[in-house]
Write a protein that binds this ligand. Structure first.
Ligand SMILES: [Zn+2]
Length: 141
């Protein structure tokens, strides 16, 4: 887990539905919701399955790995707190389990490629670890 120095971020908005996701990240564990009816993985956390509308969901450990679908290089952050890190990369990662996650991609922008294999690298700013991604060092299986 890396800690960002000299940066003060507003942090995520934690609700009763998203709280388990954020609490598990504090223990270094990536947990996603999974539907008890159709077995699909779900992200972002919600009260019902977006595939079959079942309200019977559970939390299950996920790989924290995926592939890069698209990305953008941010030169002018929407929130001033991110200015010390600019320019930085924000991308959409298709997780191995299926859902997509929007997050920071920690890499040199010149190395990025469609379907690049990435994995979660927890970055702490304040007291909440955030699920950023870094380029995978080993092959996905
Ligand atoms: Zn379902």
């Amino acid at each position: 887990m890396t800690h960002l120095q000299n940066i003060s971020l507003p942090g995520p908005t934690i609700t009763p539905i998203t709280k388990p996701f954020w609490e598990h990240l504090k223990k270094g564990v990536i947990m996603l919701q999974r539907c008890n009816t159709c077995e699909e993985w779900i992200f972002y956390p919600r009260a019902h399955c977006p595939h079959c509308f079942s309200e019977s969901l559970r939390w299950e450990q996920a790989s924290g790995r995926g592939v890069l679908k698209t990305w953008s290089i941010v030169h002018r952050p929407g929130n001033a707190a991110w200015k010390p890190l600019a320019p930085y990369v924000v991308g959409v990662v298709e997780l191995k389990e299926g859902p997509s996650m929007l997050s920071h991609i920690l890499t040199d922008h010149s190395n990025l490629a469609y379907q690049q294999e990435v994995e979660i690298d927890l970055i702490t700013a304040g007291n909440q670890p955030l699920p950023f991604f870094k380029v995978c060092e080993e092959e996905l299986n």
